[in-house]
Design a protein around this ligand. Structure first.
Ligand SMILES: C[S@@+](CC[C@H](N)C(=O)[O-])C[C@H]1O[C@@H](n2cnc3c(N)ncnc32)[C@H](O)[C@@H]1O
Length: 222
């Protein structure tokens, strides 16, 4: 029997294809018109600085979209960057923008809720997520996400998760979101991960609307 989606009882495979199309379509716009566009990903960069990682550290950016964080990391001479997204349209656009620098990045199209290609990669020193986790409303999708974190992050590795906080919007890009505070995130990460930093952050989008985020940094201690 084909697996069905618990929220709409459509076939899961079909709903995931629809989701890919949904995100591909979003990236047909100019990137600075996206509701999550950040010209300067400062909160992420500040946390990455606090991680004190080497320039050859393996950095996995999940659900990277067309994020300017990759440009900045390349500029700072990080040389072991992995960029993942469900949307190949997003990755294509990001590659085009980076030009020849894109060859320095390892590109992986994969669905975090049903990963295949990501399962084969070596463990990473840093997992970075801005605005992806909150799209996973179903328990099994959340479990897939946190299981993947636990599989892919090395001992002493670090995890940055930036997600809508409990005051955040209830939807993004037309999709319902699941919001978190730091206690909820610590619970999901489990005792192998220690919360080393967290802060609330109000992001102003290109339409001057604000979105309330929580940024968290965890270290793997076991
Ligand atoms: C709101 S955007 C954030 C993009 C980027 N992190 C940023 O800060 O600009 C969410 C991203 O998550 C990606 N995404 C959504 N569901 C996903 C999934 N199941 N697996 C991988 N990526 C996913 C989308 O394609 C999109 O690029």
């Amino acid at each position: 029997m084909k697996p069905t989606c618990s929220c709409c009882s459509s076939y899961k495979e079909e709903s995931h294809n629809d989701l890919t199309k949904h995100w591909d379509k979003a990236y047909s716009k100019n990137i600075n018109k996206l509701g999550w566009y950040e010209e300067n990903p400062k909160p992420s960069l500040d946390l990455i600085k606090k991680c004190k990682i080497a320039k050859n550290a393996r950095i996995l950016n999940i659900g990277v979209g067309t994020s300017t964080l990759i440009d900045k990391l390349l500029k700072e001479k990080f040389e072991n960057i992995i960029a993942n997204d469900l949307s190949s349209a997003a990755l294509h656009k990001l590659k085009e923008r980076l030009g020849s620098e894109s060859k320095k990045v390892n590109w992986i199209v994969d669905d975090l809720t049903n990963p295949t290609n990501l399962l084969d990669i070596e463990q990473v020193d840093l997992w970075h997520d801005r605005a992806v986790l909150h799209f996973f409303n179903e328990k099994e999708d959340q479990e897939s996400y946190f299981n993947l974190v636990k599989k892919l992050v090395k001992k002493n590795g670090q995890v940055i998760i930036a997600t809508y906080n409990l005051n955040g919007a209830t939807k993004c890009n037309g999709l319902y979101v699941f919001r978190y505070n730091k206690e909820m995130l610590q619970k999901r990460m489990g005792s192998d991960f220690e919360l080393t930093e967290s802060f609330d952050y109000t992001y102003k989008n290109p339409f001057n609307d604000t979105r309330e985020y929580i940024y968290t940094l965890f270290k793997r201690i076991n």
